[in-house]
Design a binder for this molecule. Structure first.
Ligand SMILES: [Ca+2]
Length: 295
């Protein structure tokens, strides 16, 4: 009997200790997470204060004429000791209430740096600037893009020179509401691109409901398209839908000449990728070697 009591008591103590241990472990983890969160917020505020982002411009060309049509602006944190990767950085920004402030900051950075870099090199309204924007930011009722219009005016640039790229990776559920918001921006002269199309989200639904001016097809469908029949079928389907809605396709992630040749034959309008031009801090024209059509 005595032995039984001792055993139960030992088990109980062990249980209590392990509970206490996991409790302390949890507290410690929360503390660590909180600490990291505060550190990251602090870093993000510092980045915004000091314009501490690198802005890169990647050319988008007309695949049929080999002429540069525009540039996508890409903003990356300059020093990322606290944010090991750009993806982690943007994931974090999306979860904070600094997301609006950050979006505005990046948009203004992209536009002003773009104009700085093309100065003395090209006509200031010769190209279209593609700017990534989080769909939820546009959907927010308190959000106003009026100040961007003001900035464009000051820089002698019109909304027709700007395309907002909205990723379909962030779930859009209310398409009618979203369409209403997009029309509001369209009425001001901006154009819309749906980004990452075909990466497994609402591709066809976005095309049918939102009728974007541009459809950016995800790199996973473009890489090795010349030899990958399922990708060819999906891209051809998206292309048909796009044509019906009056949208133009931009094929992303083009890395090989064979991909360019295949896309040209399909009648795809625009392309972007390493085979055309890498993201660059300078604004450099894109293009493939002119003799590839004869290859
Ligand atoms: Ca993009």
């Amino acid at each position: 009997m005595q032995q039984g009591v001792t055993m139960i008591s030992a088990l109980f103590t062990k249980e209590k200790n392990s509970n206490l241990f996991s409790y302390l472990k949890r507290i410690f983890r929360y503390y660590q997470e909180d600490f990291l969160y505060v550190k990251r917020i602090h870093e993000l505020e510092k980045i915004i204060r000091h314009d501490d982002m690198t802005t890169l411009f990647q050319p988008i060309i007309n695949l049929q004429t080999n002429e540069t049509f525009g540039f996508e602006a890409l903003n990356r944190p300059t020093h990322s000791t606290i944010f090991p990767s750009t993806d982690q950085f943007y994931d974090f920004v999306g979860k904070t209430d600094l997301v609006f402030k950050f979006e505005r900051f990046c948009r203004h950075l992209s536009i002003s740096r773009f104009l700085e870099r093309i100065e003395h090199k090209f006509q200031h309204n010769q190209f279209v600037l593609f700017i990534n924007i989080h769909p939820h930011v546009l959907l927010d009722k308190n959000y106003s893009i009026g100040e961007t219009r003001q900035l464009l005016k000051e820089l002698n640039l019109s909304p027709e020179n700007v395309v907002f790229e909205l990723t379909e990776k962030s779930a859009v559920t209310d398409f009618q509401e979203f369409k209403r918001v997009l029309d509001h921006y369209r009425n001001q002269g901006y154009r819309i691109a749906i980004d990452d199309v075909g990466s497994g989200y609402n591709s066809l639904k976005s095309l049918v409901y939102l009728k974007p001016e541009f459809v950016k097809i995800d790199r996973t469908l473009i890489q090795h398209i010349d030899t990958t029949e399922p990708s060819q079928q999906i891209v051809s389907l998206i292309h048909n839908f796009a044509e019906q809605s009056g949208s133009k396709i931009i094929a992303e992630g083009i890395e090989r000449i064979e991909e360019i040749q295949f896309l040209q034959k399909m009648g795809i309008h625009y392309g972007q990728g390493y085979a055309i031009g890498r993201p660059n801090t300078e604004v450099e024209l894109g293009g493939f070697q002119n003799n590839i059509r004869q290859v």
